[in-house]
Design a protein around this ligand. Structure first.
Ligand code: A2P
Length: 273
């Protein structure tokens, strides 16, 4: 099997640097895609309560005899301390696994005042052991400061929109200072990054595809990455990124693609869920 890198988390554990993203994969298709991903070498999969495919994700993982790092996320309906504990039970039952490797608050949700107490519920779940690591998603520096200040518990991960057009340089620097691992969602810019002439030129130079160049860029930047595809050939393509390296010219060309207005998903400071 291809050697693949892992990243150390601030709680002493580690996570595979590449995983399968499952956003928008229908539950009935998910088990098959997860199995295909595991067969292609993936050892991590990312789901969420709101994706509606935790059952398929768990079924796919259980169908293979491999240790798979599973991430899921708590949605707004289950915010609040007691509600979060109950929300986790539902996810845990749907997944049908012995534990969840990483459990995230999915968004800070604007006007949601309870994310600190909800975070405390995740701390408790980790203490109980059915969740091994805890983190957040779509948190800004302000949100991170608030939970760290109020609880003293630093999230292991912040999963954020991140791709060549939206590189999140400041937030990543904050993560690095605070030993928070960054996971890039929509690492391919939902496919948009793949047509960029700078990316296609680098791909041609290395004899790789644009997707492989972009994913390699995330890996070399020390990010964890969860590209989504349901296509078996692309699953393999997206995983075949450990046999080449970008050079300094490539790095400069990709750095130049960053744009202030490059966000394609919701803005965490206004998104209400
Ligand atoms: P599909 O599922 O049909 O393969 P992101 O992870 O940035 O959100 O991007 C996901 C989008 O990119 C999906 O539309 C997916 O389509 C497409 N995609 C994933 N991998 C590749 C690839 N290797 N080449 C082209 N498109 C891809």
């Amino acid at each position: 099997m291809t050697e693949q890198p892992s990243i150390s988390l601030n709680d002493g554990r580690s996570m595979p640097q590449i995983g399968l993203g499952t956003y928008q994969i229908p539950d009935e298709d998910t088990a098959g895609v997860v199995q295909a991903a595991i067969d292609a070498g993936y050892r991590a999969v990312d789901t969420a309560a709101i994706y509606g495919n935790e059952a398929g994700t768990g079924a796919g993982v259980r169908a293979r005899d491999e240790t798979i790092f599973v991430t899921s996320k708590l949605w707004r309906d289950d915010f609040g301390y007691d509600a979060a504990l109950k929300g986790f039970e539902k996810s845990f039952d749907r997944l049908g696994l012995d534990w969840v490797d990483l459990y995230l608050l999915h968004w800070p949700f604007v006007e949601e005042t309870r994310f600190v107490e909800t975070w405390k519920a995740l701390v408790r779940l980790r203490e109980e052991g059915r969740v091994k690591s805890i983190g957040v998603s779509n948190f800004t520096m302000d949100h991170l400061e608030r939970i760290i200040h109020d609880t003293g518990v630093v999230p292991a991960v912040n999963q954020i929109e991140l791709h060549p057009s939206f590189q999140q340089v400041e937030l990543r620097a904050y993560h690095d200072e605070n030993h928070i691992v960054t996971t890039s969602w929509s690492p391919l810019g939902q496919g948009a990054a793949l047509a960029d002439p700078a990316i296609t030129a680098i791909a041609a130079k290395h004899g790789k595809t644009p997707a492989q160049v972009v994913l390699r860029w995330h890996i070399e930047a020390g990010l964890t990455v969860i590209p989504k595809t349901t296509n078996p050939a692309r699953l393999a393509e997206n995983f075949a990124i450990f046999d080449f390296a970008l050079d300094a010219d490539d790095e400069r060309a990709i750095a130049a693609l960053d744009r202030r207005d490059g966000r394609i998903g919701p803005d965490p400071t206004t998104f209400a869920g």
